[in-house]
Ligand binder design. Structure first.
Ligand SMILES: [Zn+2]
Length: 121
């Protein structure tokens, strides 16, 4: 297990849904640099920019859990993904290509943030 994606998968994706077509497109995206992964203000933050979209995975340690909060500025996430818990290809791509998980996180169990997804207007 050496990618963020594999870490999520080992815990049934922390409740997030994986769409196979998006996963395929995500695996075709090539980064010019590894997503940035850092600890800041009590959170681990995996951040990158893809096609001008800002892709963020925020991870907050809580006991044995790691509370996961994904976000992306693309229309797929804004209009659909965040309402249905379905990860967009940018979030998947960042997770697939990050092989720099911190030891502090890898032994925690990823769980979805306790948020109520907003009803689509
Ligand atoms: Zn996206």
């Amino acid at each position: 297990m050496n990618t963020f994606y594999e870490w999520l998968k080992a815990s049934n994706y922390a409740g997030f849904k994986i769409d196979q077509a998006r996963l395929k497109r995500a695996s075709d995206i090539r980064f010019t640099a590894q997503p940035n992964f850092e600890f800041t203000s009590g959170e681990y933050v995996l951040k990158t920019t893809l096609n001008t979209y800002t892709v963020l995975w925020e991870i907050t340690p809580r006991g044995d859990d790691a509370v996961i909060r994904p976000s992306c500025t693309c229309p797929d996430w804004a209009d659909r993904g965040r309402y249905t818990n379905t990860l967009c290809k940018h979030l998947l791509s960042a997770a697939l290509q990050n092989d720099n998980l911190f030891a502090a996180v890898i032994n925690l169990k990823p769980v979805s943030a306790d948020i109520v997804f907003p009803a689509k207007e």
